[in-house]
Design a protein around this ligand. Structure first.
Ligand code: NDP
Ligand code: GDR
Length: 327
C-alpha cells in the first residue's frame, strides 16, 4: 500500500486529491493546523479515512514530525495562502505561507524521507503580465501580486532542490481550476453562489470587480489527476496544466445567469472594492507537454463546470428560508 502526505487537504484540491488517492488504495495522511473553528466541509465524507497529523506550514519541527510519522512515498504540498486579493493586505503572511513554507516542506522531506516524491502546487499567476500567448513551461514569468511573487519563489526552490539534492521534486503550473468546493471568495464560486441566492430570492444583487479579465478555467477534479501523474513518471519535471480555452469574467457571469434563466445585467453591480491594485489581464495555458508525456486529459468543459457549480449552490441554499421583504 502506497503512503501519501497531503498538506492543504481541507482545501478544494486537497479534498479531491485525497479522494483520488484513497480510490487508488493509498494510505492518506493529512496535515491539519489548529484553527479556532475547524472546517472539514470539503472532506467530511472521507474524514474517517484520512490519518490526521497536527502541524503548521510555518513550523518546521511539526513538518519534520509529519513526514516522520507518515513515512510517505509521495508528498503533495498544496497548503498556502491561496487568495490573490488577500496577498496585498497580507503580503508578509503570504510570503511566509506561500513562499518560505515551501522550503520548510522541502527541508522536512530532505531530512526525514529524502527519497519521497514531492509535488509543489505552482500557479499560472507566476506568468502574471504575460510575455507570450499561450503560456507554456518555458514562457518567462512576470508575477503581478505578492501571491504571484511568493509562488515564483516556491516554484524555483522546488526546481533548486531537485537540482541540488537530486530529489524527485515536480512543480505543477496549474491554471485556475474550480468546483463546488471552491472557496466562496474566488470569482467562479462567488458568481455561482450569488446566482443561486438571487434565483431563490435570498439576494437581490451581485457585486463584482473587473469583468474584463480573462482566465483559463478547468475542473479541480481533473487537475488533481495531473498532480498524481507527475509523481508516477520515471523522471521529475514541471508541467503546465490548463484547458487551452479562455473566457472573460463577463462570460462566466453570463453563462451562470443564463443557466437559471436570468439576465445578468439586471443584477450585477460593479464595485471598485473588488478591483485589484495590479491585474493579471489574461491567462491561457498550452498543456501539450502534459498531454503528450503524462497522457493527461480534461473531462469537464467550461459550461458544464459552471452549470454544475450553480446547481450545487442552488441545492445548498434550497433549504434556507426565503427572506420576504417587509413593507
Ligand atoms: P485552498 O485555499 O482551498 O486550500 C488551501 C489549504 O492550505 C487549506 O487546506 C488550508 O487549511 C491550508 N493552509 C493554509 N495555511 C496553512 C498553514 N499555515 N498550515 C497548514 N495548512 C495551511 O486552495 P486550493 O485547494 O484552491 O489550492 C491548492 C494549492 O494550489 C494552493 O497552494 C494554491 O495556491 C495552488 N493553486 C491553486 C489553483 C486553483 O485554481 N485552485 C491554481 C494554481 C495553484 P485551512 O483549511 O486550515 O485554511
Ligand atoms: P485568481 O482567482 O486571482 O485568478 O487566482 P479569482 O477567482 O480570485 O480571480 C479571477 C479574476 O476575476 C476577477 N474578479 C474577481 N475576483 C474575485 N475574487 N472577486 C470579485 O468580485 C471579482 N471580480 C472580478 C479578478 O480580478 C481576477 O482577474 C486563482 C487562485 O486559486 C490562485 O490560488 C491560483 O494560483 C490562480 O487562480 C491560478
Amino acid at each position: 500500500m502506497k503512503r501519501a502526505l497531503i498538506t492543504g487537504v481541507t482545501g478544494q484540491d486537497g479534498s479531491y486529491l485525497a479522494e483520488l488517492l484513497l480510490e487508488k488504495g493509498y494510505q492518506v495522511f493529512g496535515l491539519r493546523r489548529r484553527t479556532s473553528t475547524p472546517n472539514y466541509e470539503n472532506v467530511a465524507h472521507i474524514q474517517d479515512k484520512i490519518e490526521w497529523i497536527s502541524g503548521d506550514l510555518t513550523d518546521l519541527a511539526s513538518l519534520i514530525e509529519a513526514v516522520r510519522i507518515s513515512n510517505p512515498d509521495e508528498v503533495y504540498n498544496l497548503a498556502a495562502q491561496s487568495f490573490v486579493a488577500a496577498s496585498w493586505p497580507q503580503p508578509i503572511a503570504t510570503g511566509q505561507l506561500t513562499a518560505l513554507a515551501v522550503t520548510n516542506m522541502l527541508e522536512a522531506v530532505r531530512i526525514a524521507k529524502p527519497d519521497a516524491r514531492f509535488y509543489q502546487a505552482s500557479s499560472s499567476e507566476m506568468f502574471g503580465k504575460v510575455q507570450a500567448i499561450p503560456q507554456v513551461e518555458t514562457t518567462p514569468f512576470y508575477p503581478r501580486s505578492p501571491y504571484g511573487v511568493a509562488k515564483l519563489y516556491g516554484h524555483w526552490i522546488t526546481v533548486n532542490y531537485r537540482e541540488s539534492f537530486n530529489m524527485f521534486a515536480c512543480s505543477g503550473i496549474l491554471f485556475n481550476h474550480e468546483s463546488p468546493r471552491r472557496g466562496l471568495e474566488f470569482v467562479t464560486r462567488k458568481v455561482t453562489d450569488g446566482v443561486a441566492q438571487i434565483k431563490l430570492g435570498l439576494a437581490t444583487e451581485l457585486r463584482l470587480g473587473n469583468l474584463d479579465s480573462q482566465r483559463d478555467w478547468g475542473f479541480a477534479g481533473d487537475y488533481v489527476k495531473a498532480m498524481w501523474l507527475m509523481l508516477q513518471q520515471d523522471t521529475p519535471d514541471d508541467f503546465v496544466i490548463s484547458t487551452g480555452e479562455m473566457h472573460t469574467v463577463e462570460e462566466l457571469v453570463q453563462v451562470a445567469f443564463d443557466h437559471v434563466g436570468l439576465n445578468w445585467r439586471d443584477y450585477v453591480v460593479i464595485d471598485e472594492k473588488f478591483v485589484r491594485p495590479a491585474e493579471v489581464d489574461l491567462l491561457l495555458g498550452d498543456c501539450t507537454k502534459a498531454k503528450k508525456e503524462l497522457g493527461w486529459e480534461l473531462e469537464v468543459g467550461f459550461k458544464q463546470l459552471v452549470a454544475n457549480m450553480v446547481d450545487a449552490d442552488l441545492k445548498r441554499h434550497a433549504g434556507r428560508p426565503v427572506e420576504v421583504p417587509v413593507y
